[in-house]
Design a protein around this ligand. Sequence first.
Ligand code: MF3
Ligand code: CO
Length: 248
Amino acid sequence: MIICKSAAEIEKLRRSGHLVRKILDETRQQVKPGVTTLDLEKFVERRLAQVGAKSAFKGYRGYPCCLCASVNEQIVHGIPSNRRLNEGDIISLDLGVIIDGYYGDAALTVPVGEISESLQKLLRVTEESLQLAINEARVGNRLGDVSSAVEAHVVSNGFSVVREFVGHGIGRQLHEEPQIPNFGNPGYGPPLKEGMVLAIEPMVNVGGPGLRILEDQWTAVTLDGAYSAHFEHMIAVTDNGPDVLTRL
Ligand code: MF3
Ligand code: CO
């Protein structure tokens, strides 16, 4: 069942969404060559403590950290470690919080120093595919319109979408129905209704779509070792169109 939220609940989710965005923006300022992904985790942990918010990820199915930090060929769920960032890397920062029982969840991928033009294109196309999907999140459309918007843009730019991980509804739980694949058919799937809150999160590979999970049981990496990008926003479906809860 897809849980629709009241206007008051959407404001609570916006509060969580805005905090995620604020801390992600601060964290991206810390990204530079020589920094470890554990440094980024410690930064996030301190900021959450300062504002009195709870991590949505730490302890979720045993995930050990507040941040997912996925570098280069890592697609999602990279566990912060002593890995040092190098000039030319890309890193996905994915953060979830809980305020007053309501979840916030967003992600972005940022360059470490200067990156190649082809990686700049990967980041641009992935972020564009997210915006195109958001534009379809309107009353009267179906979920397949959202999903297929991601896939069409990614494929037409020569990249591939990850199929094993999906976006999700969000509210008083991190993962609610519906699942939101980054591929699908326009005109199919559940009709979008006012009050639905969706976390849309394209994961886009330069090479093939395949992945494997590392021995840590979390980190998803591309099968072919080619690089991958990830962006995520939470949106509310309203009668006035999509309302992005993770944009300030
Ligand atoms: N944004 C991801 C998701 O919604 C992050 C989950 S990480 C986990 O699935 F640790 F919470 F699993
Ligand atoms: Co998510």
